[in-house]
Design a protein around this ligand. Structure first.
Ligand SMILES: Nc1ncnc2c1ncn2[C@@H]1O[C@H](COP(=O)(O)OP(=O)(O)OP(=O)(O)O)[C@@H](O)[C@H]1O
Ligand SMILES: [Mg+2]
Length: 281
């Protein structure tokens, strides 16, 4: 009986579609990427999706703070054979899986073909075993941030109402379009004074992107500035768990629902991690 169950599971695994990959990016730093990534991951995991949250911030990754995990190992330890991908994975709230990953990718640009294949293989395991991979990128429009975004199915660009954040968000959209990104681009306005102001900013950026870049950028949601989010960070808890009945939690849940519509729509059949590895090496 056990063998039959195992066989069934293996057959189901074999027809599983690879995970959809959502990159969260912004251009400007400090606009809320990591908090949005962490909270979205928790929401999708609560909706029974198998979620991997990948910290792709090379130098100042702070997802471990928000999620209250400490990690000694990353992708570089997988690459040199010290650890398997499972051994560097942390289990977070609602069973989501979290990986501190990219510092290895950034530094090891001269790996050989064998190592390159091993890295692709190990990382691809993740994609075949999950429904959604959420990539929290670093601030800026560096080569590595752009590489992660271009390999994703869907890029969520975060801005705040500040002019500098809007300019950087637009610059990021421009770079994606200039690199012929074929996936979906969405916007979220964070730290808005009101939902109405946020929506207006979203529409403006979308309008400019359509007019000057001929790009379709949809408005995925607006999150207001809320002191509870800061408090949640100091409690080392995602705000959706620290304050489940707050307005910001409702907005994040709505954002997750909107984004998960897209999860079913466009499976990444080429392999996200293979594209990432090809970009880097
Ligand atoms: N909606 C919000 N209301 C109030 N504070 C917020 C909100 N969103 C984010 N913050 C605060 O802004 C700060 C930056 O957030 P976060 O670390 O998520 O940004 P980031 O874009 O990932 O930054 P970095 O570019 O450094 O990676 C945090 O201190 C967080 O508490
Ligand atoms: Mg961050």
């Amino acid at each position: 009986m056990r063998n039959e169950a195992l066989h069934l599971r293996q057959m189901m695994e074999a027809c599983r579609r690879p995970a959809n990959v959502l990159a969260i990016t912004s251009g400007k730093g400090g606009v809320g990427k990591s908090n949005i990534s962490a909270n979205l991951a928790v929401c999708l995991a609560a909706a029974r999706k198998k979620v991997v949250l990948f910290d792709a911030d090379m130098s100042l990754g702070n997802l471990d703070v928000i999620m209250n995990v400490s990690s000694k190992y990353n992708i570089s330890h997988v690459l040199n054979g010290q650890k398997s991908i499972e051994e560097i994975t942390h289990i977070g709230p609602e069973g989501l899986e979290m990986i501190c990953g990219a510092s290895g990718l950034e530094r090891l640009a001269d790996i050989n073909e064998f190592q390159r294949q091993r890295l692709t293989q190990e990382l691809s395991k993740l994609q075949s075993q999950s429904d959604a991979i959420i990539i929290d990128t670093a601030a800026g429009i560096s080569r590595s941030v752009v590489g992660f975004c271009l390999a994703s199915d869907h890029v969520l660009v975060v801005t705040t109402p500040e002019a500098t954040a809007i300019t950087d968000a637009y610059a990021m959209i421009k770079v994606l379009v200039g690199n012929r990104f074929g996936g979906r681009i969405s916007l979220v306005v964070n730290m808005a004074e009101s939902i109405a102001t946020g929506k207006r900013i979203c529409r403006q950026i979308g309008g400019v992107a359509k007019r000057f870049l001929n790009a379709d950028v949809d408005c995925a949601g607006v999150l207001v500035r809320d002191e509870r989010l800061r408090r949640a960070v100091s409690m080392r808890k995602p705000v959706v768990l620290a304050y489940p009945r707050s307005q910001i939690t409702s907005s994040i849940v709505a954002l997750a629902a909107k984004l998960s519509d897209g999860l079913a729509a466009r499976p990444n059949d080429e392999g996200f991690f293979r594209k990432v590895v090809d970009w880097f090496f």
